[in-house]
Design a protein around this ligand. Structure first.
Ligand code: 7TS
Length: 401
């Protein structure tokens, strides 16, 4: 991978922050966008903009072709079929769609885990009002999910296991294929939160045997406001729609409505057409680099960062890590660390990372986090560790630590 060349595709990466060259290490929150994605969106609005699936006029045909072409491209990217790929706003909406439409009933059980993002906890907890119970698998000291816990928590009543493919804090890559087997052996379904995996490594929904899988476009070089839910056809066919309105119908009479086929049944209203086009361009960009190369590149970066950041306290020690390192400087709140790094133009996230139960499990209130992508290199990490060393030294001199 030619990182210099890749970096030059991202206009924002050339800007300065606080008078310093920007070092962007917050791609787990959202990635930057290459000019290829930005120009695909501009080109769509300048030359093809119209509503989809409605008119027979030329522009509407072109917009529909662009929208459906992107769906096919994105489906291929994770080895799904186009009609198994529903456009949502983001990963969060995909999880909520399944929670609301899968038909959970009183007495049903769900198994989530302590390492989930809130979006893979709260939608399940919200089903409590329907009499649904959610239990949580634990992690070990290395930040790896305890497989025994799944065996112990799963019962005849378990309808679904919901698990993240890659932790947005620890970076742990979970063995979701193994969890799929545990779920299926018990007659339960598996939902994989792939928000941190699809952007960074090859993901094949058939190989991991996921029944549902969600991800967000904005974390994979695409625009905000567009994401995807993959679902096995027979499951999606049997599920009622999440929202009603235009485009999700075949026939509407005042007496009742016949719904459209999947995926349209789940896409009520005018969709984010430009977003889908932008995400399609992002997938083209990633395919050109090759997802194996992306993963290998990030593995190298995370190994380098783990060594460099030994001056701090880091969390998680899984052998397979998806390009994320969370850390704390002793005696300092992560927001203060992130603010000091920002003064040097270094962008890292701080706080609870929408994973408060995980923070509690780790015995901390917050952490700083560096997350890597295709445009990062070892020099970015060296700048981070040099700044951290300065912070530590400075504060030691002031005897704050
Ligand atoms: N699941 C995981 C594992 C995530 O990391 C995130 C976002 C989501 C779901 C939700 O994605 P959304 O696009 O629907 O909001 N994670 C983060 C993060 O780590 N920092 O900011 C957002």
């Amino acid at each position: 991978m030619n990182i210099e060349k890749i970096k030059s595709d991202f206009p924002l990466l050339s800007r300065k922050v606080n008078g310093k060259q920007l070092v962007y290490l917050d791609s787990a929150a959202t990635s930057q966008k290459p000019k290829q994605v930005i120009s695909a969106i501009t080109n769509y609005y300048e030359n093809h903009n119209a509503n989809v699936h409605r008119g027979v006029h030329k522009l509407s045909e072109e917009a529909t072709e662009a929208y459906e072409g992107s769906r096919k491209k994105i489906a291929d990217f994770v080895n799904a079929k186009a009609n198994e790929m529903i456009f949502t706003r983001n990963a969060t909406e995909g999880i909520n769609l399944v929670a609301q439409s899968l038909g959970f009933r009183k007495g049903d059980e769900i198994v989530s885990s302590v390492m989930e993002h809130h979006s893979n906890i709260v939608p399940w907890q919200m089903l409590k009002s329907r009499g649904v119970t959610t239990r949580f698998a634990d992690i070990d000291e290395d930040g790896i999910l305890k497989m025994d816990d799944y065996e112990n928590l799963i019962t005849k009543k378990t309808k679904l296991i919901a698990v993240t493919h890659v932790s947005n804090v620890l970076g742990t890559i979970n063995n979701v294929k193994k969890i799929a087997k545990i779920a299926h052996d018990a007659g339960a379904l598996l939902l994989v939160d792939a928000a941190q995996s699809v952007p960074h490594m090859p993901v094949d929904v058939r190989n991991i045997e996921a029944d549902f899988l969600v991800f967000s476009g904005h974390k994979m070089l695409g625009p905000t406001g567009i994401g995807c839910l993959y679902g096995r056809s027979e499951l999606l066919d049997a599920m009622p729609p999440f929202m009603g309105g235009g485009d999700m119908i075949k026939d509407v009479k005042l007496e009742g409505t016949i719904y459209n086929d999947v995926p349209y049944k789940f896409e009520a209203g005018t969709p984010h057409i430009a977003g889908a086009v932008g995400l399609g361009a992002a997938v083209d960009y990633l395919v050109k680099i090759g997802m194996k190369n992306v993963h290998e590149h990030e593995k190298k970066l995370v190994n380098f960062a783990t060594t460099e950041l030994q001056i701090t306290e880091t969390y998680g020690n899984a052998p397979e890590n998806g390009g994320i390192v969370a850390f704390n400087v002793h005696g300092l709140h992560s927001h203060d660390v992130a603010s000091m790094l920002d003064e040097n133009g270094i962008a890292v996230r701080s706080g609870h990372h929408c994973a408060q139960p995980l923070m509690k499990r780790l015995g901390i209130v917050s952490a700083a986090r560096a997350s890597f992508y295709v445009y990062n290199d070892e020099e970015d990490i060296t700048k981070l560790s040099a700044s951290l060393k300065d912070i530590i030294n400075l504060l030691k001199r002031k005897k704050v630590v």
